[in-house]
Design a protein around this ligand. Structure first.
Ligand SMILES: CC(C)(COP(=O)(O)OP(=O)(O)OC[C@H]1O[C@@H](n2cnc3c(N)ncnc32)[C@H](O)[C@@H]1OP(=O)(O)O)[C@@H](O)C(=O)NCCC(=O)NCCS
Length: 190
């Protein structure tokens, strides 16, 4: 069974083909907001055909242990198992023995910031990656001006490990990043 995680307000799971209209609405509505924080998207990213392949690719990557690409849905009402797409959580670049590490990326809809949704989603997702996938280390990096992201990582216990100049091509510019990580205190060997 593909991963499906629940919190009081959210459902966090892999996407399926039925989610595509909702995903497209989410990404189209938030295109202007997210552009400043992400690598440049090809126009294809906003098309149905892109998401048809992306949903299939995400499932394969999950099955192969390469990545865990999750969609955050806000429940329609308490207890409901249906909801609307409000964000994404991506664990990628999984490396195994002797590193057991992955990279974390995330984003929320512009109008869903400031309610604790990402902290709620990441708490349960990180728990899954540490305990079910036996990952030892999660790395997450943010641009110095992205204080909301820095605050979120600090609240979750990520430690700053350094800074990297011209680290990632964000919106067409090589942006410096602050490097952080969280390690799994209860790691057991797979
Ligand atoms: C980074 C990002 C996910 C942070 O979102 P966020 O809403 O600040 O983070 P959270 O969901 O954890 O919410 C925390 C905020 O909700 C508030 N809050 C309200 N109700 C809350 C609750 N029940 N529980 C926890 N916090 C709550 C907190 O006080 C905090 O607000 P503050 O920062 O104004 O003090 C979001 O800004 C984003 O998607 N940015 C664009 C993409 C991006 O930057 N991605 C990361 C690249 S490194």
């Amino acid at each position: 069974m593909p991963v499906c995680l629940y919190t009081p307000r959210l459902i966090i799971r892999l996407a399926n083909q039925d989610d595509i209209p909702d995903l497209l609405t989410h990404f189209r509505n938030n295109q202007d907001f997210l552009t400043a924080f992400e690598p440049t998207r090809s126009p294809d990213f906003y098309s149905r055909s892109y998401w048809r392949s992306q949903v299939a690719r995400s499932f394969d990557q999950y099955q192969n242990g390469q990545a865990l690409r999750l969609i955050i849905f806000e429940r329609d009402k308490p207890g409901s198992t249906k909801g609307k797409v409000i964000g994404t959580v991506n664990f990628s670049s999984f490396v195994y023995y002797p590193f057991y590490c992955c990279s974390l990326g995330y984003s929320l809809a512009e109008d869903k910031q400031g309610y604790g949704f990402m902290q709620e989603a990441l708490t349960v997702s990180i728990n899954y990656v540490f305990n079910a996938m036996q990952c030892h280390r999660i790395q997450a990096n943010y641009m110095p001006r992205n204080q909301r992201s820095g605050n979120l990582l600090a609240r979750l216990g990520f430690r700053i490990e350094g800074d990297a100049k011209q680290y990632l091509l964000i919106n067409g510019v090589w942006e410096d990043h602050i490097l952080t990580s969280l390690t799994n205190p209860n790691w057991t060997a797979p």
